[in-house]
Design a protein around this ligand. Structure first.
Ligand SMILES: Cc1cc2nc3c(=O)[nH]c(=O)nc-3n(C[C@H](O)[C@H](O)[C@H](O)COP(=O)(O)OP(=O)(O)OC[C@H]3O[C@@H](n4cnc5c(N)ncnc54)[C@H](O)[C@@H]3O)c2cc1C
Length: 473
């Protein structure tokens, strides 16, 4: 039985690993192939060593509260490699009127866990704070169904909280316009909290008490990285799958429906597959499916992807005026700047830098407002980013090391009614036996989400194989 996976990012690799671990995989009944367009595996997960620093070009960490990333690392023996965020610096800043202001303690995305947490913050005006506290008394929405994140925050906490706090926090993850971003697909627990407790602030204070009293087992910081860089995850995964046939630098250009399915490489080679799984961004999947299914293509095209870039910059510590007493900062759109945020990389993960005398910063550029900047050439992007970060952190010199990485069509935009769209996509798959989809376009963009979705897809593949076998025998 030949299983072909197209796309060698974390989604495709996690799917291949789960197949290897399955019963038919262990019995040697599956011939697994992974086709990857670029010359490396891991997709956007890439780490480079330069000038004594480990520079993350894509993700720099994954959330530990969603267990699937931690679990996979443990299964492949990487739990000794976990790197927690610097315990002495677990605070972040928000740029506000050209100053970096700490995010109030106990704040979760857009919600204070206690109203008293926000009393002293200069992030909001007195009127903005009162409006935020009124969340406790705002009645829940009467109608059911999805709404945009902006509509939810405006309705419950007021405009200022949206513009000054929620929007920049969310842009740092989803690079999305909050007026378009689906709340149901990104933070459904906020809707649940509103429904169950009548107030998000009240729900958080109750949940916090419950979490503290029930805490047990190993507890990691909210974000984890890996000592040798994030790229060591795809590299280790590949080492654990010697039986898999990996095909780097082999873009797939066409697909033909049928049993078996057929795919064509750019060189014109035809490969047949009893099971075909596309582990690609939804937009790349749509391009390949044009001749296979018009309804599926249309639905996939409704999940747009945003271009983003990271810029790693190393400076001598003495040339940076800001105390860098945190993990980094985010920038609200109303500040009209070019970057979405900046991480203090070797402070966030201290063993990463060669010494504390030098500092590695990483700017994140992306979203609607950054499109004009990303159309410029590399030198112009770097110059703009350096100028902005220089002003925000009081830096008096040029960086001694620079690495710009562009990621075209990298971050899916989960627009309002995304979950409904995804349901329709997966029901269309019923008309295509032997064909499966996974990737970051459907149920979560973070690394743990991708791993989870890949596992669910493999469970579906195995269920279907079992069903077919029981009919045949
Ligand atoms: C800059 C950046 C920072 C991020 N930060 C974080 C973070 O800190 N934490 C976190 O959890 N998540 C983060 N994310 C999100 C997360 O990293 C991604 O959503 C996830 O890695 C996507 O994995 P994937 O395998 O689904 O897709 P990809 O990594 O995009 O992999 C898809 C692969 O398919 C290949 N491909 C495309 N077309 C073809 C074709 N026709 N034939 C063959 N191969 C093809 C591509 O070359 C690519 O390797 C970040 C993303 C970016 C871009």
């Amino acid at each position: 039985m030949r299983v072909v996976i197209v796309g060698g990012g974390i989604s495709g690799l996690a799917a291949a690993y789960r197949l290897c671990q399955s019963e038919p995989g262990r019995r040697g009944e599956l011939e697994i192939h992974v086709f990857e367009a670029s010359d490396h595996f891991g997709g956007v997960i890439q780490t480079r060593e330069r000038d004594g620093f480990l520079m993350e070009l894509g993700p720099d960490a994954f959330i530990s509260a969603k267990p699937w990333g931690v679990e996979l690392c443990r299964q492949i023996g990487m739990d000794q490699e976990f790197l927690e965020t610097n315990p002495g610096r677990r605070q972040s800043f928000i740029l506000s009127k050209n100053k970096l202001v700490p995010v109030p303690r106990g704040f979760y995305l857009m919600t204070p866990t206690k109203v008293s947490d926000v009393v002293a913050t200069p992030l909001l005006s007195p009127a903005g704070k009162i409006r935020m506290a009124c969340e406790l008394f705002v009645p829940p929405k009467k109608t059911k169904g999805d709404e945009s994140l902006a509509s939810f925050v405006r309705r419950r906490f007021g405009r200022e909280t949206l513009e000054r706090i929620a929007q920049p926090m969310i842009a740092g993850i989803y690079t999305a316009d909050p007026d378009e971003l689906s709340l149901d697909a990104t933070f459904p627990h906020f809707l649940e909290m509103e429904e169950k407790y009548g107030s998000v602030i009240r729900a958080f204070s109750k949940k916090k008490d419950a979490a503290t009293s029930k805490a047990s087992g190993p507890r990691y910081s909210l974000f984890l990285s890996l000592k040798d860089g994030m790229q060591s995850l795809p590299e280790s995964l590949i080492q654990k799958m010697p039986e898999v046939h990996f095909h780097p630098s082999t873009p797939i250009t066409a697909i033909e429906k049928g049993l078996p399915w057929k795919i064509w490489t750019q060189k014109g080679e035809k490969v047949s597959a009893d099971v075909l799984c596309l582990a690609l961004p939804a937009c790349a999947t749509a391009r390949l499916l044009k001749s296979v299914s018009a309804p599926l293509t249309e639905l996939l095209e409704e999940i747009p992807y945003e271009n983003v870039a990271t810029v790693n910059l190393a400076f001598h510590r003495k040339e940076v005026k800001h105390p860098l007493n945190g993990l980094g900062y985010v920038v609200p759109a109303i500040e009209k700047k070019k970057i979405v945020g900046c991480t203090f990389s070797n402070i966030k993960f201290p063993v990463r830098g060669k010494s504390q005398e030098d500092i590695l910063l990483r700017a994140f550029v992306g979203g609607k407002d950054a499109r004009p900047l990303l159309e410029q050439n590399d030198d112009q992007v770097i110059e703009s980013v350096c100028q902005e970060i220089g002003q925000q952190l009081g830096i008096s010199s040029d960086p001694f090391s620079i690495m710009l990485q562009r990621w075209p069509e990298a971050i899916p935009q989960y627009r309002v009614n995304h979950r409904l769209r995804v349901q329709k996509i997966f029901s269309e798959l019923r008309h295509l036996p032997g064909f499966y989809l996974t990737g970051n376009g459907y149920t979560g963009i973070g690394i743990p989400d991708c791993i989870h979705h890949a596992s669910q897809t493999v469970s579906q593949i195995l269920d279907d194989l079992r069903a077919v076998q029981s009919i045949v025998y």
